[in-house]
Design a protein around this ligand. Structure first.
Ligand code: GSH
Length: 207
């Protein structure tokens, strides 16, 4: 098959989720820089990424990641048993529905807008979000503390979705401090950071 073509912003949580999935599946891929809310972006709700693969045009990262894993990786990133699959799916849903919006709006975007676009830092927005972010980190720490992993099935799509969401948070000053206080979560991030698919998809902004 040809390359997977990923249309998305270069520093993007969800673009990276698809890049990691491609790397895990051994698929060659290229990212075509495409701003989210731009006329050339084909996502009906102005989100990235949009993906071209196998003659298909796909949107929505869960659907894209599952397709790539099912069609090209024997489903190796998804636990086979229904119970383990439900747990992996639960973490993907938590990452998408709660963690990403909380971290992105409360810390990640304010810092990107400040660092990259030079806007004043939205301190009030950050202050408002910090208690909820602390609570979310406390929950994640308690969960990962139980057996050091999100599922009992090794590295799964749960890790693929959670890593960029948490790494983005860790790259903000308050996120770095918050995660450093969560020993088990920090340890999971440190181990995952060395996985080849994660190394191969590092953001330029990563130290
Ligand atoms: N539900 C979408 C979410 C994708 C998403 O939120 N992408 C972010 C970038 S990481 C985006 O497009 N943000 C721009 C915006 O919301 O205007 C998916 O799963 O692919």
């Amino acid at each position: 098959m040809g390359q997977v073509r990923i249309f998305g912003t270069v520093i993007s949580t969800y673009t990276r989720i698809i890049q990691i999935t491609c790397e895990e599946a051994g698929l060659s891929h290229e990212t075509i820089p495409t701003p989210a809310q731009s006329p050339e972006n084909r996502h009906p709700f102005g989100k990235v990424p949009v993906v071209e693969v196998d003659g298909l045009e796909l949107i929505e990262s869960v659907a894209i990641a599952q397709y790539l894993d099912n069609a090209h990786n024997d489903g190796a990133l998804q636990p086979a048993g229904p119970a383990a699959r439900a747990i992996s799916d639960k973490w993907i849903a938590i990452a998408n529905n709660y963690l990403f919006p909380l971290f992105e709006n409360g810390l990640v975007m304010p810092w990107i807008m400040h660092r990259v676009a030079g806007f004043p830092l939205e301190q009030e927005k950050i202050e408002r979000a910090l208690p909820n972010i602390s609570r979310a980190l406390g929950f994640l720490e308690a969960e990962i503390q139980k057996d050091g992993a999100w599922t009992t099935a090794g590295f799964t799509l749960a890790d693929v979705f959670l890593y960029p969401v948490l790494r983005g948070l860790q790259l903000t000053p308050q996120g770095e401090v918050g995660i450093a206080q969560c020993d088990h979560l920090a340890a999971w991030l440190a181990v995952t950071e060395n996985r080849p698919s994660i190394v191969a998809t590092q953001w330029e902004s990563e130290p």
